[in-house]
Design a protein around this ligand. Structure first.
Ligand code: FAD
Length: 505
């Protein structure tokens, strides 16, 4: 590899995962690391998603780092700009700036089996690292459907995660494609400005009321003066969600009453029975992500909104054609069609010892030991890896568990000493995934009668953790060396020969 700098750890991405990893590394006394980020600033999801109405659907006091509580959250559910500002503050408070390398998109990482290190090529220079912590995000690569004729569309087209703020939607005929978490925030935020809004809905969503409210000055002052109250609040928010998990994972039948709440949320705003019928899902609530909004249904009931209960199949000039044959003339298309999730894009750029990419190895579906390590890719781990997603709580809880695992991984390497790498044993990866998939069988995500972005092309759920966050915390507290082969560099082992020696763990 050309001129490069060597570091002990290369973290990729500067969202919650990458920044959290950086804080944890420093707390473990490790300063020899870089954070490689393709964009020009930190924030990940909360930098890229700046669409109107973008906000979190987990309360702020839970959707933040436990080690960086924020007594000053202005609302119970924060908007994008507040979460982004929070991540900027975390970056400064924990002294992360010197480690950040912006405009450094990782193009390729290749395992050097002789030297036991990763060679990393980026658009901003090259690095090598003993360990790679990949925090490129579960929802960071926008997915655009391949719609025939889209190239003939004369108007404006963009994805919700790449909002074009220079384009004025006022007075325009706008199509929103999709009814996921982003779409239900965008629709009520733009409905009043546009001349006409056409929503293309392949599958309706279950939408519960959003109990959002400003957090007043007095409440914030209490949190500032008595820090344990912030912790208490977080603990309560966490506990409630932990108690809900069983309904999702073991007793989906119990979710019926939640459907009633969602139906009431709709009935309050949508009086037209035909529209209500279009908007009522036919699958169990929770099978797809439950959405929170108190403004979505009222917006859909407005006269300038049309719901096409059918997917977009073709574009003919400025005419959008749905699967059911209905047509709409529009000036702009906003794709709220989600992200590449089960085909984790970074996997194509990770090249293992035999020249195979992680994407090749995962062609039948992603799987990793404890959501972190893939067999055959030593000293490479991912934050929010396979089966670490949540259906009902804060991803920050899972990220922090994975950071515990990362910290112990590095400690184990230290204890082993010398130039050494850990490679997840295929049997351990298989056993872990077998357990995960067995538990998945009863969950609402697999039995609820929907297809969702949680499932891969073969219908396997490779994204969601089928348990409580506490269970995952326990499972990732320590690295079990029996689950790894320990690799040592040949030159570190006199007489070990030209090949790297595998030392039984
Ligand atoms: C609109 C939206 C709303 C959400 N709401 C919630 C919510 O309410 N609750 C919840 O728990 N979760 C929510 N999520 C999920 C959210 O993605 C996670 O909670 C969390 O922010 C993920 O953090 P991350 O660091 O893993 O990934 P990201 O925040 O996506 O960060 C990944 C970073 O990696 C960088 N990157 C990617 N590829 C490369 C590369 N090749 N080279 C260099 N850098 C690279 C990206 O530029 C990005 O900065 C939401 C996601 C979206 C999109």
């Amino acid at each position: 590899m050309a001129e490069h700098e060597h570091v002990r750890v290369a973290v990729i991405g500067s969202g919650f995962g990458g920044l959290g990893a950086a804080v944890r590394l420093r707390r473990e006394g490790i300063t020899d690391f870089v954070v490689l980020e393709r964009a020009g600033g930190v924030g990940g999801t909360w930098r890229d998603n700046s669409y109107p109405g973008c906000a979190c659907d987990v309360p702020s006091h839970l959707y933040s780092f436990s080690f960086a509580p924020n007594p000053d959250w202005p609302r119970s559910f924060s908007g994008q700009e507040h979460i982004r500002a929070y991540l900027e503050r975390v970056t400064d408070t924990f002294g992360l700036r010197p480690h950040l390398r912006f405009n450094a998109e990782v193009k390729r990482m290749t395992w050097d089996a002789e030297r036991l290190r990763w060679d990393i090529e980026t658009t901003g220079g090259n690095w090598s690292a003993d360990v790679v912590v990949s925090a490129t995000g579960p929802l960071s690569e926008p997915k655009l459907p391949d719609v025939p004729g889209l190239d003939t569309f004369p108007g404006k087209v963009f994805h919700s995660a790449r909002w074009d703020h220079d384009y004025d939607l006022r007075g325009k005929r706008v199509a929103v494609i999709g009814t996921g978490a982003s779409a239900i925030q965008i629709v009520p935020s733009v409905q009043k400005q546009v001349e006409k809004l056409t929503l293309f809905q392949r599958t309706p969503a279950w939408v519960l009321p959003r109990m959002d409210r400003p957090i007043g000055a007095a409440e914030r002052a209490v949190h500032r003066a008595l820090p344990f109250t912030t912790k208490l609040r977080r603990g309560l928010l966490w506990g409630i969600r932990e108690l809900q998990v069983q309904a999702f994972t073991k007793h989906p039948g119990e979710l019926g009453f939640v459907e009633q709440l969602a139906k009431r949320n709709m009935a309050r705003a949508v009086k037209d029975p035909a529209l209500r019928a279009k908007l009522t899902p036919d699958y169990r609530i929770g099978c797809k992500r439950i959405l929170l909004s108190s403004t979505y249904y009222p917006a859909l009931a407005q006269p300038n909104v049309d719901v096409v209960a059918s997917g977009l199949t073709e574009v003919r000039g400025s005419t959008l054609v749905a699967a059911d044959g209905s047509e709409a003339e529009v000036d702009a298309i906003v794709f709220s069609t989600g992200f590449h999730v089960t085909d984790m894009p970074i996997a194509e750029r990770v090249v293992g010892p035999e020249g195979k990419t992680l994407a090749d190895v995962w062609s039948g579906g992603m799987q990793a030991l404890r959501g972190a390590s893939a067999a055959g890719f030593p000293n490479w781990m991912t934050i929010i890896g396979p089966n670490t997603g949540l259906g009902n709580s804060s991803m920050i809880l899972m990220i922090e568990s994975q950071l515990n695992y990362m910290a112990d991984y590095l400690r184990q390497l230290d204890v082993l000493g010398g130039r050494v790498a850990l490679d997840a044993r295929p049997s351990a990866v298989r056993a872990w995934n077998h357990r995960v998939q067995e538990r998945m069988k009863r969950t609402v995500w697999n039995t609820g009668g929907c297809t969702s972005w949680y499932l891969d092309a073969s219908g396997r759920n490779t994204t969601i953790w089928p348990g409580t966050t506490a269970e995952f915390r326990r499972a990732t507290r320590r690295v079990d060396l029996a689950e790894y082969a320990v690799l040592r560099a040949a030159d570190a082992q006199p007489g070990a020969g030209a090949e790297n020696a595998e030392v039984a763990a």
